[in-house]
Ligand binder design. Structure first.
Ligand code: DGP
Length: 113
């Protein structure tokens, strides 16, 4: 989608620190890491947020979780990790392209909200 930052990152039009790519998924380091490991996993197709997941596009979401599990192995996150997605203004979503934060490398906080 035109003027979508994460569409441009997935297309290689904006530079990023890539950790994984296949035909449908792109993963890269967050520019403002909240933990020693902070990777963003995105679908290459534009889906605005988790509120826009449907029967037609949910296959790529399932695939993102497969990729996340594989990355967790590659990054040696055997002691655990967290996957988070923010949606909408109350959820503090700042980039309107569906993305999953993969966080690890330190003890994460117990509270989610
Ligand atoms: P959220 O607040 O859930 O929408 O998360 C958006 C994340 O995207 C935030 O942690 C910072 C990250 N981010 C924003 N712009 C860029 C960028 O240009 N490059 C990278 N690598 N990450 C970005």
């Amino acid at each position: 989608m035109e003027d979508c930052l994460f569409c441009k990152i997935a297309a290689g039009q904006v530079p990023s620190d890539k950790v994984y790519e296949d035909d449908t998924v792109y993963a890269f380091r967050d520019i403002n890491p909240q933990a020693p490991i902070h990777v963003l996993l995105i679908p290459k197709q534009h889906i605005a947020s988790s509120a826009d997941i449907t029967a037609e596009n949910s296959g790529v979401v399932a695939h993102i979780f497969e990729v996340a599990a594989e990355l967790a192995k590659q990054l040696d996150l055997k002691d655990g990790f967290r996957i988070v997605t923010n949606s909408g203004s109350l959820g503090c979503q700042s980039v309107l392209h569906l993305h999953f934060h993969l966080l690890s490398g330190r003890q994460l906080q117990d509270q989610m909200g």
